[in-house]
Design a protein around this ligand. Structure first.
Ligand code: RFL
Length: 392
């Protein structure tokens, strides 16, 4: 077993969408960085989650000259808001022509890995264990970790925690330093990846039996989401019940059962930690905030953080200018709160408009009026489009 000690400018913990995007931007700019990831490469390349990079994210990759290499898939510009089987297609308004792209998260991750490792010879270590952060005043930051070859120490100028909600970065910050703001919706989504492609528009469905969504996840598959109880587990949802509920909630008896690849349960919640930094440690993506999948903004907020942080780290490392780093959290949080608000609005509307036993018939009718507004009012449609595109 060996033990090693190395130096670099930035250590990034976590090779999800935030960590890999940041690493790719830094590497492209000549800022030395090392990424530490606890899983192996094949695992993170197969992890299925988001499906759309919003227009703001597309513009960011264009600005970095990487959009053509990293993004794939058609333009995302419509949503079928379906109420008890009656479909109404919402067209996302884009006055400046910018648009989001259907690009599954695992496709983006695969492309980022190819770019960072294969094209840019970036430095990433998979299968690391026992990562520990040292981030104290008057000490250079340090991360120690182990892998199959032994234990290692990385001394650096900055540490970026991109290790998700359950990582070690946020929990390395002394208790009481960050404020946690959170909201629990009181229900969950069953997420099922199936061999049934979206044939028309992506669907956000409301029905008297609960919410259902069908979103594209590549040319041959889609992800169905079904509102369910917080206490539900796999034993409550055999495949036959899943398909029966999809047919019931979409009021479409013609939908046929297809292979179900995975099923998991996501309690719907919103969380923000503030500030998103402590000393020389910076948090990005799910390590700093969570939104329910209903808003399709989690991955996109992570990309937004990285956009700000990459520029700030460049200024700090190349020009010794710390001003943007000091303001990192203050720069990001207004956008994050704006999209928390959108997520709550969207999640409440989709769920309240459905099953009246949840919030009552009055809330059901006002939520349906809100949905109607998106179709009938060009003012409401414009704001809704801005949120979908991530541009406000
Ligand atoms: P990730 O992608 O979770 O990556 C964190 C990485 O850190 C690693 N890690 C560690 N590495 C080293 N040492 C440790 N101690 C570590 N602890 C953890 C992990 O292995 C992992 O590789 O976080 P990141 O980069 O912040 O990206 C956030 C997004 O992944 C997340 O917000 C989205 O997936 C949320 N999300 C969606 N976002 C959208 O924009 N649109 C969507 O349609 C959408 N759908 C979804 C979603 C999330 C879902 N789940 C899993 C709740 C659908 C679902 C079902």
């Amino acid at each position: 077993m060996t033990s090693s000690r190395e130096e670099t400018a930035v250590v990034i913990i976590g090779a999800g969408v935030a960590g890999l995007t940041l690493a790719t931007f830094l590497q492209k700019s000549g800022v030395p960085c090392v990424v530490l990831e606890r899983r192996h490469r094949a695992y993170i390349e197969l992890r299925q989650r988001a499906g759309v990079v919003d227009a703001r994210g597309v513009q960011m990759f264009e600005r970095w000259g990487l959009a053509d290499r990293l993004l794939a898939g058609p333009i995302a510009q419509t949503i079928d808001y379906r109420v008890n089987g009656r479909g109404r297609v919402f067209k996302i308004i884009a006055d400046d022509g910018s648009a989001g792209r259907f690009c599954t998260q695992q496709m983006l991750i695969s492309n980022l890995l190819r770019e960072f490792i294969d094209a840019m010879s970036g430095n990433i270590r998979f299968n690391v264990t026992d990562a520990v952060i040292r981030n104290e005043e008057n000490h250079r930051p340090q991360v120690t970790y182990s892998d199959a070859s032994g234990s290692h120490e990385l001394v650096c100028d900055y540490i970026v925690g991109c290790d998700g909600d359950r990582g070690i970065s946020r929990s390395s910050i002394p208790p009481g330093t960050l404020t946690k703001y959170s909201h629990e919706f009181g229900y969950a989504w069953l997420a099922a990846l199936v061999d049934a492609p979206v044939t028309g528009h992506p669907i956000m469905g409301v029905s008297d039996y609960g919410c259902v969504a069908q979103l594209p996840r590549g040319p041959h598959r889609s992800r169905y989401y079904l509102q369910c109880a917080l206490s539900d587990g796999p034993e409550d949802w055999p495949d036959q019940r899943l398909w029966d509920e999809i047919r019931l909630r979409l009021c479409d008896k013609t939908i046929e059962n297809a292979t179900v690849h995975d099923k998991f349960f996501v309690p719907l919640r919103c969380v923000v930690y503030s500030p998103m930094q402590y000393g020389n440690l910076f948090l990005a993506g799910d390590a700093a905030h969570l939104v329910p999948p209903a808003s399709a903004k989690g991955m996109n907020l992570a990309l937004g953080d990285v956009d700000v942080l990459a520029e700030a780290l460049l200024l700090a490392v190349r020009d010794d200018d710390l001003s943007a780093l000091k303001n990192y959290s203050a720069t990001c949080l207004p956008r994050i709160w704006n999209y928390q608000d959108f997520s709550v609005w969207m999640t409440d509307m989709m769920h309240d408009a459905g099953d009246p036993t949840q919030q009552g018939t009055f809330r059901q009718m006002t939520a349906r009026a809100r949905l109607d507004n998106l179709i009938n009012s060009s003012t409401a449609a414009r704001l809704h489009s801005e949120y979908h595109r991530g541009t406000n």
